[in-house]
Design a protein around this ligand. Structure first.
Ligand code: IDP
Ligand code: MG
Length: 150
């Protein structure tokens, strides 16, 4: 099914110069970037984004980290992209993420795990709406779509 997911290149990855590498993997896979911007997320937005984790012991640190500097917000479109992007990101804990995944290749600790990806279609819809307005989503075709999809 054609889907959209929300991806965030977290502040650690921006500071470490890994923005290009994450985007390269998304583009190389064949997925289409339909929206992208760099912002420093507000505390209000960060809390909304991570609302499911409110009350957990790492919540405060997580919010502080995510608002600590610029991050890159991306909407990615493609067939079954929600699950595929989660696989490309790898396990939440980079120590358990297999080599070949973004976290497996680029991270060491859970609290500095490089990238975010929506975990379901409901989450994707919710998260895209937190970070983007409709007019920021671009409508175009990749020229290689005929060679990506049968
Ligand atoms: P996910 O990003 O793989 O979906 P979640 O369990 O939804 O993982 O957690 C959201 C984010 O919160 C993680 O990516 C990680 O940055 C942070 N996090 C999750 N669990 C812990 C923890 O136990 N300690 C510190 N940070 C955590
Ligand atoms: Mg999650």
């Amino acid at each position: 099914m054609m889907e959209r997911t929300f991806v965030m290149i977290k502040p650690d990855a921006v500071q470490r110069g890994l923005v290009g590498e994450v985007i390269r993997r998304i583009e190389m896979k064949g997925f289409k970037i339909v929206a992208m911007k760099m912002t420093t997320i507000s505390e209000e937005r960060a809390k909304e984004h991570y609302a499911e984790h409110e009350g957990k012991k790492f919540f405060r640190d997580l919010v502080d980290f995510i608002i600590s500097g610029p991050s890159v917000q991306i909407v990615v479109e493609g067939r079954d992209v929600i699950a595929a992007m989660r696989k490309m990101n790898g396990a939440t804990n980079p120590a358990e993420a297999v080599p070949g995944t973004i976290r497996g290749d680029m991270g060491i600790e859970t609290g500095r795990n490089v990238v975010h990806g929506s975990d379901s279609s409901a989450s994707a819809e919710r998260e895209i709406a937190i970070h983007f307005i409709e007019s920021e989503l671009q409508d175009y075709r990749r020229i290689d779509e005929a060679w990506l999809y049968e």
